[in-house]
Design a protein around this ligand. Structure first.
Ligand code: G3I
Length: 301
């Protein structure tokens, strides 16, 4: 094949993906590019807690099922995103203040969500189990999860995810892991602590929402993350300005890091990006490939 995903796989990697959701699956230009160039999809919003379980015990699977069914029928892998995150978290969860209730609520949410799509061959290949749980200095972020349960909520969540889906690769995911900085060292240390008594975390996801030129530390960061003895995935890549050399630097850094398995860009076209004014993606507002796309294809050829 000649698309991004096929060329990346030919280099020994697992996949090149994009985020998507039902609205983006109704745009024919977007869908054509997902089919030709991408091997994996991440639900941009439909698997977040406020989408899946807005009220206790009331699960809405419609939009997430739409994405999963599209992926399965089009032969695309899926990264589930995300089970435990302090953001997009309904008020009824944020208000819980006792350990046994919160433990039960986390277990039910993960068993129901991760359980729903478990066992579909090549369906959910990765899950972002815990998202954005660290501060910039590498300490644990304040959240209802940390405040009520302490760091143990991370282990709890990974145990619940493993029980619900025994085949998915389980990831801890965060942003600003773009240099070998305190936060990068913090997630490595946390991963080692959680895995000390048996491997629960399979991989670290680095979101990589980058600024123009902010790529100089990426290789060192990927190397440091792999030092936790887990896989690494670039899970939400976009780069302000999308300069060709910035994209190529990131791709080369992943190619040079054996445990960097996959890249997911956070959208196809600039027009659909959460940071559209930064024009950070590989396809322009008319769904035409940009110079950065051609440069990445060359770097993979
Ligand atoms: O669905 C409602 C719609 O009914 C309403 O009319 C509209 C009015 O604002 O809002 C719609 O919801 C928005 C949703 O995107 C769907 O478009 C939310 O307000 C908006 O906050 C939400 O933004 C998402 C953001 O996460 C917040 O969770 C972005 O699409 C999504 O790209 C972004 O993705 C995150 C990753 O999950 C985690 N890492 C950072 C990344 C960027 O923030």
């Amino acid at each position: 094949g000649s698309g991004l995903h096929a060329k990346f796989v030919a280099k020994g990697k697992q996949f090149w993906g994009s985020c998507a959701d039902s609205a983006l699956l109704n745009k024919p230009s977007n869908v054509a590019i997902l089919r030709s160039d991408f091997g994996q999809v991440t639900p941009e919003n439909s698997m977040k807690w406020d989408s899946l379980q807005p009220n206790r015990g009331t699960f809405n699977f419609g939009n997430a099922d739409t994405l999963v069914n599209w992926a399965v029928s089009n032969g695309k892998l899926i990264r589930g995103h995300t089970l435990v995150w302090h953001s997009q978290l309904p008020g009824w969860v944020q208000g819980i203040n006792d350990r046994s209730t919160l433990t039960s609520v986390i277990n039910t949410h993960i068993a129901t969500a991760a359980g729903r799509w478990a066992g579909k061959i090549h369906a959910v290949s990765h899950w972002d189990v815990v998202n954005e749980c660290l501060n910039e200095d590498g300490t644990m972020r304040q959240s209802v999860f940390f405040n009520v349960l302490g760091e143990s909520f991370v282990t709890l969540a990974f145990q619940a995810a493993r029980a619900a889906d025994s085949t998915a690769k389980l990831y801890i995911n965060d942003y600003n892991l773009d240099y070998n900085n305190a936060k990068t060292q913090g997630i490595v240390a946390l991963t080692r602590r959680v895995n000390a008594n048996g491997k629960l975390i399979d991989g670290i996801g680095t979101q990589m929402h980058l600024e123009a030129g902010g790529v100089t530390g990426v290789l060192a960061a990927l190397t440091a993350l792999a030092g936790a003895d887990v896989d690494v995935a670039i899970t939400e890549l976009d780069i302000k300005g999308a300069a060709s050399n910035d994209y190529v630097t990131v791709v080369r850094a992943c190619l040079q890091t054996p445990r960097c398995l996959a890249i997911t860009t956070w959208g196809v076209s600039d027009v659909d990006s959460w940071r559209a004014s930064n024009t950070p993606l590989l396809f322009d507002s008319n769904y035409r490939p940009k110079a950065a796309y051609n440069a990445v294809i060359s770097a993979l050829s």
